[in-house]
Every structure is written in C-alpha cells, then in structure tokens.
Design a protein around this ligand. Sequence first.
Ligand code: ACO
Length: 338
Amino acid sequence: MVNDPTTQAQSRYRAVLAGTGSAVPKKILTNEDFTTFLDTSDEWITSRTGIKVRHIADDEDTTATLAAEASRKALADAGMDATEIELIITATITPEMVFPATACFVQDMIGAVNAWAFDISAACSGFVYALSIAQQFIISGRYKSALVIGAETLSRITDYTDRGSCILFGDGAGAAIVKAAESGSMGLMYSTSFSDGRGWTSLNCLAYGSRYPVGKPLADPKMVYMNIQGREIYHLAVRRIVELVEECLEKCHLDIEQIKMFIPHQMNARIIESVGKRLKFSDEQIFINIDKYGNTSAASIPIALDECRRLGKIQQGDIILLVSFGGGLTWGAHVIQL
Ligand code: ACO
C-alpha cells in the first residue's frame, strides 16, 4: 500500500502527529544477567547486537497495561482527553488474549468510550502498518483523531535457553496520536508497505493457533516460542531497508540531508549502522536506542520516536523517516513532517 504526497495533497485533511508516549516495565535484564544461566558474554552481545539491557514484564505487566500507560502519556502530550479518540489500532504479536483485541482492553483502561478499536498483526512492522491505516481514515475525512499503538511482551514467547535469540528481545509499548489538520505541517507525507508471505518460515511463533492448537501435542515443546533465522533476516533486512529509504527519498523529492532523523526498527545496532553507512546518513541523523530496550518488535519504532522527541532531537517542522522490517515478512516506511 502506498500513500503518496499526491494523495495527501488532494485531500482536504492532512494526518499530523499530535503526541507520543511510551512505557516499559520496571524490571531489567542486563547482559551480565544472561551470563548466569547461558554460555554468553556482555562482549559478545554488545558487539553483535548493540544491546546492553532490556525491560522485562513482571507478573502485573501485560501488553495492554503497557499500551494503556503509553497511550495516557501520548494523550497528555497531545493535550487531549481519551473520549476525543475515534480510532484505536494496536499492533502486537503478543496480544493480551487470543481475543478480545488488545485495543479493546486499552479502550477500556483509558476510557476511550467513543473509539472504534482493533488490533493488527505485522510483527516488527506493526506500528508502521497501523500508522498507514490510521492515515487513510484521517485523510478520507472519516475520523479526526486516532491512537496508534505498538505494544509487546515478547519475554512471554522468548526461549531463554536459546542464546542466539533470547538476548535480543525486550518488552514495552509506544503510542502516537494522529489528528486531522487542514493547514500547517505536511504530517504523514508518504507511506509505503510491503509483505511477502513466502518468508514466513524465517521468523515465527508456531503455537498456539489453528494449525497447532492447544490440546494437540506439539512435536517440539519449543514451538510456543519465537523462532528466528537470524543470519537470513540480517541480510534481507539490510537490503529491504535500503530500498525503502531510497523509494521514500525519490517519491518525496528529498535529499538525504533533508532527513532530520532516521528512526528505524531497533532490530540490531549493526544492521542499523550498516544501512546508515550505505545510505550515507551522518551519525547525528540515525537514532539508536536498542542498547536500553533490545528489540521490542512493534513497540520499537514508537518508543524510539517518543524518546527522540523528548530528548529534543526532533522539533516541529523537521522531516523524519520511520522504517521497519519484520516477520511475515513485512516491511514499510513513513516520511513525516512534524
Ligand atoms: N553468546 C555467545 N555466542 C553466541 C550467542 C550468544 N548469545 N548466540 C550465538 N552465538 C554463537 C553461535 O553459536 C555461533 O557459534 P559457532 O560459530 O561456534 O556456531 C556464533 O556465535 C555466530 O552465530 P551467528 O548466529 O552466526 O551470529 P550472528 O553474527 O549472525 O549474530 C544475531 C546473531 C545477533 C541474532 C544476528 O544474526 C541478528 O541480529 N539477526 C537479525 C535479528 C532478527 O532476526 N531480528 C528480528 C527478530 S524477530 C522480531 O523482531 C519479532
């Protein structure tokens, strides 16, 4: 799906970012902690991934409680009341329950009684996809305000005996308020999204769904955990992210210097640095916070976006680029003027 500058320009409404918020559990897991139960080291994890610590859900934390906390902060940032929200989309692969949707739990927790709420599943691209959906409803004039959330408790589907994957993941949530505006900044200028279901074997969690339901013995008890083909994903991610950035720059007639901040899915610092180098972004243009949170899948981009704003690294009028790649396979990007 492509929302291009022409579509945006033809519409009476622009979809603009009005507020952001994020939340992570209090409990943290350091690289040193892993050395107490795995054959690994801080040196290996840091040099291969850039990760130092990740936040891990405690018993009282769930995907919806983290999502609700991030949402309340985003609402406060936008100066809005929850009752003004007309649409809630939660992107997650670790939902509160099989059903109802996590977005419905969030709706209840924050009191967004006037919203239409639903979830989407697009793994690490979830937030980018959800933002595109919200954008469509805003520029069509159907809704004036949307709450877009990426939230995960990946620790609940992580195999802590697999040293090749468990060191990567963390829990958290990020949220953004998207509003309709008739003038001012360009807002969500361009978005592009892709899927390739043939790549489902590279990144998945096999059970429990209709193929491997509860009650039917699993061939391998580890099928309840995330399974990743790290090497394969690494190379594909670099290629796809480079293509996405090139497409965004070309369609929006932008030079790389005009991008104030490149905010990619925090998958691995080496992937981000390698992409940054190929595209000739300066170090100041690339936002990396994976050292503090690990890979939080759908939550990673909105957490990074919120942190970037709160640190004052991006301001009103700046153009930013959000880019994702993840399970599905899925990938996508947004060019946004704040
Ligand atoms: N500590 C020490 N050694 C380790 C560890 C560890 N934690 N993990 C793996 N190793 C070893 C391996 O056993 C292997 O040893 P061997 O050569 O003796 O067999 C060696 O290190 C190299 O292993 P690789 O898997 O080839 O390491 P690589 O450099 O590819 O790094 C990593 C692995 C970090 C997973 C990398 O491939 C990566 O980041 N890939 C992309 C991550 C990804 O898929 N993210 C998406 C996740 S899904 C989602 O977001 C929902």
